[in-house]
Ligand binder design. Structure first.
Ligand SMILES: Cc1cc2nc3c(=O)[nH]c(=O)nc-3n(C[C@H](O)[C@H](O)[C@H](O)COP(=O)(O)O)c2cc1C
Length: 280
C-alpha cells in the first residue's frame, strides 16, 4: 500500500498501521486528512537524486516558521545544504549514513541564540539570559517544533524525510562546515527528497496509548503488559523488514545501556561550552 496516499487509508487502517494488531486505541475519535497524513509518517533512508520542485524549501520553511516559538524569540535557524562535498562531510560525521549524500536537500536545524545576541550588541544591551541552560533549551525546542512542521508539510507534498540526530556526534565540525557563529548549533539534520523505489515504506508501530497517555495522574499499572505486547508487534515488524527479529526492549537496551552507543555525544556539554553555550 502507498502510505503517501494517506487519504486512501481509512481511519481504522491508519490506526492499525500505527499501533499494530490489537494495539489500537479502544475509541476512534475525530478524523481528517491532516491527521491521516500525520499517522502515515515513516522515516525513509534511501532517496532518488531528483531535485525538489522550485520553491519547495521555501514552502517547508514557511511551514516551519508557522510553528509556535517561545515568546516569539525565534531562536532557531536552518541551513539548506545541497553542496555534495558538504553533504559527504555531514554523512561522515553521522556514521556514514548514505542517505545524507543521496537526498537532494539536507536541512540542518539550528538552536540559534546568536541572532538575538547580535540584536543585543547592536542595541548596546547585554542579554543576561543568553548563557543559561533554559535559553538553550528554548532554542532546541523551537528548532524541533519548526522542523516537525516542515516534516508534516513535506510529507503532505508526497516527499519523505528522515531526521539525523547523529550530526551531534561532532557539532563543532558541523559548525565549521556551515560557518556557524558562536551561539548557533546544529541540533539535528533532516534528509528530504523522493524515496528510492526499493525502500520499505511501512509505518512503524508505536507503544499502545495506555503506556504513554495518563489521565490526571501518572500510572505504570499497565506498563509491563504494554511493553510485552509491543515487543511482540515490533518483533513481527522488524522480521517483515528482513531485520533480525528485534524487540523494542532489546532496541532500548542496545541504545541506552552503554555510553559507547552515544558515539561521542556524552561529551556534548563541554562541546557546547566551546560553541558559545555556557549552559549556566
Ligand atoms: C531527533 C531525531 C534524530 C534522529 N536521528 C536519526 C539518525 O541519525 N539516523 C536515522 O536513520 N534515523 C534517525 N531518526 C529517526 C528515528 O530512528 C525514527 O523516527 C524512529 O525509529 C521511528 O521511526 P519512524 O520515523 O519511521 O516512525 C531520528 C529521529 C529523531 C526524532
Amino acid at each position: 500500500m502507498d502510505v503517501n496516499a494517506s487519504s486512501t487509508v481509512s481511519q481504522a487502517q491508519a490506526l492499525n498501521l500505527r499501533y499494530g494488531d490489537g494495539g489500537e486505541p479502544a475509541v476512534q475519535g475525530p478524523w481528517n486528512d491532516v491527521i491521516a497524513t500525520l499517522l502515515s509518517h515513516r522515516s525513509v533512508r534511501g532517496f532518488l537524486p531528483d531535485a525538489l520542485p522550485a520553491g519547495t524549501v521555501e514552502t517547508l520553511v514557511a511551514a516551519a516558521q508557522s510553528a509556535s516559538t517561545s515568546s516569539n524569540l525565534q531562536t532557531w535557524s536552518v541551513v539548506a545544504v545541497t553542496d555534495p562535498a558538504k553533504k559527504a562531510a555531514m554523512a561522515k560525521i553521522a556514521n556514514n549514513q548514505k542517505h545524507i549524500e543521496q537526498c537532494p536537500v539536507f536541512l540542518v536545524w539550528l538552536a540559534d541564540v546568536s541572532r538575538n545576541e547580535r540584536l543585543g550588541a547592536a542595541e548596546g544591551v547585554t542579554l543576561e539570559t543568553i548563557p543559561h541552560f533554559e535559553t538553550y533549551l528554548v532554542a532546541a525546542i523551537d528548532a524541533a517544533l519548526a522542523a516537525q512542521n516542515a516534516t508534516v508539510a513535506a510529507e503532505s507534498l508526497g516527499l519523505n524525510m528522515v531526521y539525523i540526530g547523529a550530526l551531534r556526534n561532532d557539532p563543532a565540525e558541523v559548525g565549521r562546515l556551515l560557518n556557524l557563529p558562536p551561539g548557533a548549533m546544529g541540533v539535528f539534520g533532516m534528509c528530504v527528497g523522493y524515496p528510492l523505489p526499493t525502500v520499505t515504506n511501512e509505518v512503524k508501530p508505536r507503544l499502545p496509548q495506555s503506556a504513554i497517555l495518563y489521565h490526571n495522574e501518572y500510572s505504570t499499572a499497565t506498563e509491563a503488559a504494554d511493553r510485552a505486547a509491543y515487543d511482540k508487534r515490533m518483533a513481527t515488524f522488524s522480521q517483515r523488514h528482513e531485520m533480525t527479529q528485534d524487540t523494542w526492549t532489546k532496541r532500548v537496551i542496545g541504545r541506552m545501556q552503554k555510553i559507547a552507543a552515544m558515539s561521542g555525544r556524552d561529551k556534548l556539554v563541554s562541546i557546547l561550552h566551546g560553541m558559545g553555550f555556557p549552559l549556566r
